[in-house]
Design a protein around this ligand. Structure first.
Ligand code: IMP
Ligand code: MG
Length: 168
């Protein structure tokens, strides 16, 4: 498989993102939310670099079948932590059309968090259908189907330590 983003390049970028998050939320009550399953590896690497007592929670969305989004996003497993009055940072593997993160905002904003921001490892800007502001982005990538570092094709390849191109 063609490597798109090498392991050490990911690690350096995750370090930088963590530094920025540490700076912004240092004195705040922060809950970081991992969007399962795709973000699990990115999330684990990111949260261990956070240098204040952050809380974590997990939410499961689903929309993809094979290489295409079905466009219908469902919450398969909701949050367990109340987020009212708390600062919330959603951590997602990749933003493509924007439908998944838009759905998440729709579900979380009515719970009145103090703030709601988004951190993604990868951004496929070209495919965006819903304009969602993303505050933290690891890498902007071309319109390729990628796997590895948490991302899958039919549940495979999540364990790869790099991001690979699985387009063809
Ligand atoms: P969106 O709703 O179109 O923005 O798609 C975002 C979701 O689709 C992500 O959470 C991923 O689970 C999945 N996804 C989008 N592009 C890829 C890809 O290239 N590889 C693996 N999963 C992807
Ligand atoms: Mg996902």
């Amino acid at each position: 498989m063609q490597v798109l983003i090498k392991k050490h390049v990911i690690q350096n970028r995750v370090d930088q993102l963590a530094r920025d998050i540490n700076k912004e939320y240092e004195k705040k009550d922060l809950i970081m939310i991992c969007v399962l399953k795709g973000a699990f590896m990115f999330f684990a690497d990111l949260v261990r670099l956070i240098n204040f007592p952050v809380k974590v929670d997990f939410i499961t969305l689903s929309s993809y079948e094979g290489k295409e989004s079905t466009g219908i996003i469902t919450i398969k497993e909701p949050l367990k932590t109340p987020i009212k009055g708390k600062h919330v940072l959603i951590v997602e593997d990749i933003i493509d059309t924007g439908k998944s993160l838009s759905k998440l905002q729709e579900v979380l904003l009515p719970q009145n968090p103090a703030s709601l921001k988004i951190c993604v490892l990868l951004d496929k800007k070209i495919k965006r259908e819903i304009d969602i502001p993303v505050q933290y982005t690891g890498f902007t990538i071309p319109d390729k189907f990628v796997v590895g570092y948490g991302l899958d094709f039919n549940e495979e390849f999540r364990n790869l330590p790099f991001v690979g191109d699985y387009s063809d």
